[in-house]
Structures are given as structure tokens and as C-alpha cells.
Design a protein around this ligand. Structure first.
Ligand code: FAD
Ligand code: DLZ
Length: 534
């Protein structure tokens, strides 16, 4: 008898391990809702509900295909609380002689799996997760000998390997990358369409009640839960994106927008496919093929389709490659020795900064923020305020429904915080309020004055930005991509520098993080995690 553990982000019928399963021979799948996974960081309740509901639907689909599934719901009295304990119990009960599973999404779980063979006294096979397009060995070969890894070169290789948007060995449109066309500010008259919403069925409603009861203390709301939880729904979400949002995805990829009470405010022209891709309800090649087909049919322009495909076969595969190449050491790097705790508003949204308030409130309400909010609003603030990378990583991993460490960590630690010293990206994306003003309408309705840096109503991002550059001058001034800004800084008088430092210090003081004091809301939340939920 062979036992096939399937984890919450492995919900694909063509999963490597499931391809080995033979329903006629006594093989069985085990799927487990376990407290250890639900609480190792305080996941957003919407994320937990999404994963449990999608797992339950997937288990039902497997059973409908004749597969024996041992499904352990969170509230089963016998639930032992961890993957290992559940697999051990299922293996004993079913008389398993062998365990076959697929490479998990987090190093922490891989390390656990690697100890199972000795602990269970059974052979444990961990198969490569070939739902991704770049196998580990290929990435290692590509990265070998490179001191810094750059997505653009990796991406070109991936275009050649997949044949996407290729004309022989040349890129369609004679350019690899159309990013320069993808930086439009959104005009006031533009009304992005609402994304498809998926009504919870009875299975999802039962999960929502369970999550509400057990995880009420976690940051985030369950109200209006509408994520796709099955492959059929994910496919409907894909079709909706391709038809209604892909055509403008490129133009407004970097745009941000103050909420105006319209349904598309929080999502703009983004795909919302992250959860379905990361759970395995959709595959990367099929979503790229759908976008490429829209281009071929004249339904979406090249800058949109190339931009979208680059996110999937470029960034998504690239960050995964970096994660598995560098873990476990990657998470410990801290180039700027940043050590401040998160200000409370990361958990409460209570700040007068309109951009940050919207990003946090939307995150609380939907477990979603689009890329530019993650990168240039909360991310930029975390970088220029010198927040502790471990705390920032924990926040991002907790609060987004699509967050799994293989993708969250390189984005946060590398792309946003530059804590890896430039291994992933050539320079930190540090920005002042000017960037937010250029790419959004947040500043218009904000209490702070984006044009001021040191006065009582000055946008706090401005002084923090210069403060960050001054604090890290020794590390960054030599970076050729930072030359322009350091030349500007060089023109500042000592008095101006002192004013900016004082304003930045005052802001950090107001946020309660000038010293290494633990944040009040963060501490409360951490305490809640210590309480058993049931
Ligand atoms: P779209 O904007 O429509 O993009 C399409 C798809 O491209 C996404 O669904 C995703 O699969 C892929 N993609 C886009 N950008 C990236 C990227 N930088 N890295 C990897 N894939 C990308 N993405 C996650 O999937 N999980 C995370 O936990 C996560 N954490 C992030 C943390 C930070 C600090 C930052 C800056 C980015 C993070 N991203 C993460 C990348 C990106 O922000 C999300 O993939 C995207 O916002 C999801 O929304 P969407 O599906 O509407 O994406
Ligand atoms: C994120 C998550 C949560 C909250 N709960 C579970 C769970 O109870 N059972 C499960 O199989 N997976 C869960 N997950 C997703 C896992 O953390 C994810 O599969 C990891 O990538 C495993 O490495």
C-alpha cells in the first residue's frame, strides 16, 4: 500500500506524485488541515479559508475519479495537528509500505519531509514539482558562476525554452521587453471592471464558519469571501481576465488608485490569478498560452501580453529558482542591518498616509493587494523606515492569500528590502512620496503634503527616503544605478541633511519605532498566536 500526501498548494490532478497513483491497487491520498500549518505564521483568515475550501473541493474531485482519499478536517477529534503526525497515523492505519509525495512549497516543510524516512521507517520519495517550468537543475546551471542574478536574462532564456511570443529565435515585436510602455498613470475617467466573484457554496460556507470560530484573532476579514476554490472557477477567472482586463494590463501595470467606491478599485487591471496559480488550480503554461492566443486573435496588445507573460515565466520562475538555490541561508541576510519593528498601522491601517491606509485596509479586507501596492507602498515604507526583514517577511507571508514562502520571500527580502545585498535586484526600489504622486491619485486626498519634506504636514516618506540614503551611503553610493540620487544628495547642505534626519527621527518616534520597542498591536497579535485556538 502506497500513501500519497498532498499539501494545500498541490491541488493539481497532474501533480507529479498523483501521476504515479494507481486507484486500483490500494494506493491512497492523505490530505490534512493542520493547526501547525495554519498558525506557524498568523495567516489571514481568508487565506486559511481559501486553502481549506480548495483542499476539500479537490479531495471530492479525486474521490469522484475513484481515488481513495483519507481527508483530515481541522475539527476532526482525532486530528493530531501536524503533517508528520497525520501521515504517521494514516500510514499505520492503512498499512503503508511507501510514501510518495511532491516537493513542497516551503523549505521548512521540505526539511520536515526529509526526516520522515528515518522517523517512519518507510521509504519516502519526494518527486520534483514539474508544474513549474524551470526545473531546479536548470536554474542551478543557469545561475552557476553568476555573482548576481538578473531576471531579464533568465526571462529571455525562458522565452526561448517555452517558445512563447517567439518568431523563430527572435522575440515577437523585435523586443524582449515592453516595460517602457507599461507605466501609465490611470486617468480619472478610467473605470477598471470588477473581477469575477465566486459565491461560497455549502463546502466553502462550512469552512468559513470553522475559520471564523478558530482564527478570529488573526488579522483580516472573512466578509465577502469570493476566491475561486475549484479548477472550474479558476478557469472562469482566467477567461474573465483575458477578456476584460488583459488588454489594459500593460498600460496600467504600475498604476495605483485611491478607492472611489467602485468595484474595480482594489484590483485595477490585474489578473487575480495568483491564488489559483499558487494552489495549482491553474498551470503557468495554460495562462500564458491563453494570453498569447488573445494577442494572436488581435484581442490584446503586445505590451500587455508580453508584460503578463514576463510575470509568469520570468518573475515567478526566477524567484522560485532563487528561493531553492539559496535556502535556508537567504532569509538570514540583512544587508542594511535593519532592525525596527513594524509600526502598528501595518495591523490596524490607522495612519493618515492615504496610500498606506488603503493598502493595509484592502489587505485586511481582501487578503489581496496588487504588485505596486506591495512593492511601492508597504514595501517601500518598510525599506526606507529600516524595518526588520524577519518581521516584514512574516507580515507578507501572513496577510496575502497567494503567499507561499518560495514566492513571498525573494520578493520581500530581495526585491523590496534588498536585504540580500543585490543578489536578486540591481538596486533598492527606494522612493519618496514623489513616486506615489506620479503613479497614483493618493496624494490629492492625503492629509500630508507630498511636496514638503520637513514641515509639520510633510509627507513622512520624503524625509525617510533621504534618511535611508544617508544612512546607507557607504553601501549604496557606489552603485551605478544610484548615481543620480547620490549626486542630488551631495548638493544638500549639512543643515538640510540635519533637518531631514530630525524629521525622519521624529516620524519614527511618532510611529513608536525609533528604538527597538516592540509594537503594541504586533505584540498583542503575537500573544494571540500563543493561545490555542481550540
Ligand atoms: P498580476 O499583477 O495580475 O500578475 C500576474 C501573475 O504574475 C501573478 O498572479 C503572479 O503569479 C505572477 N507575478 C507577478 N509578479 C510576480 C513577482 N514579482 N513574483 C512572482 N510572481 C509574480 N506573489 C505571489 O504569488 N505570492 C506572494 O506571496 C507574493 N508576495 C509578494 C511580496 C512583495 C513584497 C512583492 C513586491 C510582490 C509579491 N508577489 C507575490 C508578487 C506579486 O505582487 C503578486 O504575484 C501579485 O500581486 C498577485 O496579484 P495578481 O494575481 O493580480 O497578479
Ligand atoms: C498555508 C496552509 C495552511 C494555512 N494550512 C494548510 C493545511 O492545513 N494543510 C495543508 O496541506 N496545507 C496548508 N497550507 C499550505 C502549506 O503551508 C503549503 O502547502 C506549503 O507550501 C507546504 O510546503
Amino acid at each position: 500500500m502506497r500513501l500519497f500526501p498532498v499539501f494545500g498548494d498541490q491541488l493539481s490532478h497532474d501533480l507529479a506524485s498523483l501521476r504515479q497513483l494507481d486507484p486500483g491497487t490500494g494506493d491512497a491520498v492523505v490530505m490534512m488541515e493542520v493547526m501547525e500549518e495554519a498558525t506557524y505564521v498568523p495567516h489571514h483568515p481568508r487565506k486559511i479559508a481559501l486553502i481549506f475550501s480548495a483542499m476539500r473541493h479537490f479531495a471530492a474531485e479525486l474521490e469522484a475519479r475513484g481515488v481513495a482519499v483519507c481527508y483530515v478536517p481541522l475539527d476532526a477529534p482525532e486530528n493530531a495537528g501536524s503533517f508528520f503526525a497525520e501521515v504517521q497515523r494514516a500510514a499505520a492505519e492503512l498499512g503503508a509500505e511507501e510514501i510518495i509525495t511532491t516537493w513542497p512549497g516551503e523549505y521548512r516543510v521540505l526539511a520536515d519531509l526529509r526526516s520522515w524516512e528515518a522517523d517512519l521507517g518507510l521509504p519516502v520519495h519526494i518527486l520534483e514539482d514539474d508544474r513549474f517550468l524551470c526545473p531546479h537543475a536548470n536554474f542551478e546551471r543557469w545561475a552557476e558562476g553568476r555573482k548576481q542574478l538578473r531576471m531579464e536574462f533568465f526571462y529571455r532564456d525562458m522565452r526561448r525554452r517555452t517558445g512563447l511570443l517567439m518568431d523563430g529565435d527572435q522575440p515577437v515585436g523585435e523586443q524582449w521587453n515592453f516595460d517602457a510602455d507599461n507605466r501609465r498613470k490611470m486617468p480619472a475617467a478610467e473605470t477598471p471592471p470588477a473581477a469575477l466573484s465566486f459565491e461560497p457554496d455549502a463546502t466553502t460556507q462550512a469552512v468559513l464558519a470553522l475559520v471564523q470560530e478558530r482564527f478570529a484573532g488573526h488579522f483580516g476579514s472573512l466578509e465577502g469571501f469570493d476566491f475561486p476554490v475549484t479548477r472550474a472557477q479558476a478557469l472562469a477567472g482566467l477567461a474573465d481576465f483575458i477578456e476584460r482586463r488583459l488588454p489594459a494590463f500593460g498600460d496600467f501595470q504600475d498604476a495605483m488608485r485611491r478607492p472611489r467606491g467602485e468595484a474595480g478599485d482594489d484590483t485595477l487591471y490585474h489578473s487575480l490569478l495568483g491564488t489559483s496559480l499558487n494552489l495549482g488550480l491553474l498551470g503557468p503554461m495554460e495562462v500564458c498560452a491563453a494570453a498569447e492566443a488573445a494577442f494572436a486573435a488581435g484581442k490584446a496588445p503586445l505590451n500587455a501580453v508580453e508584460g503578463f507573460i514576463r510575470q509568469i515565466i520570468g518573475w515567478r520562475e526566477f524567484v522560485r529558482g532563487i528561493y531553492w538555490l539559496t535556502m535556508p541561508g537567504y532569509a538570514d541576510r540583512n544587508t542594511f542591518n535593519a532592525d525596527r519593528p513594524l509600526p502598528d498601522f501595518f495591523w490596524t491601517g490607522e495612519t493618515d498616509m492615504a496610500c498606506v491606509r488603503h493598502a493595509v485596509e484592502q489587505t485586511r479586507d481582501r487578503a489581496y493587494a496588487h504588485h505596486i501596492q506591495r512593492l511601492m507602498v508597504t514595501g517601500n515604507l518598510a525599506l526606507i523606515a529600516g524595518l526588520d526583514p524577519a518581521a516584514v517577511n512574516r507580515w507578507y507571508l501572513s496577510v496575502y492569500a497567494d503567499a507561499f514562502e518560495w514566492v513571498q520571500l525573494p520578493n520581500t527580502h530581495g526585491m523590496v528590502l534588498h536585504a540580500d545585498g543585490g543578489y536578486l535586484g540591481s538596486k533598492p526600489y527606494a522612493a519618496s512620496g514623489k513616486y506615489i504622486d506620479r503613479m497614483s491619485d493618493y496624494c490629492k486626498g492625503c492629509r500630508f503634503d507630498v511636496k514638503d519634506s520637513t514641515g509639520p504636514d510633510a509627507c513622512p516618506l520624503n524625509a525617510l527616503y533621504w534618511h535611508f540614503l544617508m544612512e546607507n551611503e557607504d553601501r549604496l553610493a557606489g552603485n551605478p544605478r544610484m548615481g543620480l540620487v547620490y549626486r542630488s544628495l551631495a548638493k544638500f547642505s549639512p543643515e538640510r541633511r540635519a533637518e531631514l534626519r530630525a524629521k525622519a527621527a521624529a516620524t519614527l518616534g511618532e510611529w513608536g519605532i525609533a528604538e527597538d520597542a516592540p509594537s503594541a498591536a504586533g505584540a498583542v497579535l503575537a500573544d494571540r498566536q500563543m493561545e490555542p485556538s481550540a
